[in-house]
Ligand binder design. Sequence first.
Ligand SMILES: NC(=O)c1ccc[n+]([C@@H]2O[C@H](COP(=O)([O-])OP(=O)(O)OC[C@H]3O[C@@H](n4cnc5c(N)ncnc54)[C@H](O)[C@@H]3O)[C@@H](O)[C@H]2O)c1
Length: 339
Amino acid sequence: MDNLKTAIVGCGGVARVHAHAINDNTDAQLVATVDIIEQRAQRYAQKYGVEGCKPYTDYKEMLKDPTIDVVHVTAPHYLHAPMVIDALAAGKHVLTEKPLAISVEQAKDMIAAGQKSNKLFGVILQNRYNLASCEAKKVIDEGKLGKILGARAFITWYRKEEYYKDSNWKGTWDKEGGGVLIDQAIHTIDLMQWLIGDIDWVKGNIANHFHPYIEVEDVAEALIQFKNGARGLLYATNFYSYDADIILEIHGENGKIFIEKDKARIKIGDEIYTVEESQEVKEGKSYWGSSHATQIADFYNDVKNAKPHWIGPKEAKASLDIVLAIYKSKGQEIKLPLE
Ligand SMILES: NC(=O)c1ccc[n+]([C@@H]2O[C@H](COP(=O)([O-])OP(=O)(O)OC[C@H]3O[C@@H](n4cnc5c(N)ncnc54)[C@H](O)[C@@H]3O)[C@@H](O)[C@H]2O)c1
């Protein structure tokens, strides 16, 4: 199955990372671009599309083109569910950006739509492909860390006023679905749960300390109680003085894994070694990392081999559940998974 034909829906900030990854790492062709702002769809079509790449303002019109095989959803959070469900119903393979959705109901509808379709449905959680994350997963799964006792994550970034003022969806409950947790911290939350395992309950609090012009939280703290007994602590904010490197530590009875941005320092007994990303971030912001292209190439390989993509909607619901449970918690224990 050569030259898969691809469309991108939502031609804003992150879409260029997808466009580059499609062009540089797959033999797919970008044949359609969609944005409600016509000039954006046109600019993306001209800059990244093949000759004849068609710009649209209505994704439902694009879905009528039977030659399009794969749809990338890079639109605001509240649109992921309807766009993914419509694209699967139209017989397209779909790769959507994180978060999976903004509510449990949406997530469940998306899982059902994926089960009904015979097409692939993947969710971008690209940091699982970082070398540091892969090494951490291997060490833990091989049992080298022993029993996992605890984990701590610190996400201390900075989002200035313009970040929210220049967007008609960021900073809102109905369109972004939350703030620092659902947008920025979800990557680290996902890594923590992927590395450690199933969760029993979550307890946390959110607040808005520094961004009075938005509805959602700019700070959150939580305790994540894993079924294997490990205790995960989380602190996330986007009112620090700069985008500091994210820290995730996993503590086991035999040692520690300390991930700082995309570098892991691993200590098992007396042995210490580091694993570091060798690729530079070529497209997009440095804190998005360099693994979008790796996950996108992997997704296209799966499409070609008719093999389900391993980060599907059920996988992606795990981190969404943690985020939604912290929103719900107000200091009370919330059992997971959310139903
Ligand atoms: N994985 C990562 O590291 C990463 C990084 C950045 C953003 N993201 C995710 O990517 C998604 C997009 O984020 P962004 O920062 O690029 O947002 P953005 O606001 O820059 O871009 C979104 C685009 O979607 C368009 N749009 C809105 N409604 C539409 C509709 N009905 N039909 C078609 N287009 C529509 C907007 O006009 C805009 O151009 C979000 O889910 C975000 O969380 C992921």
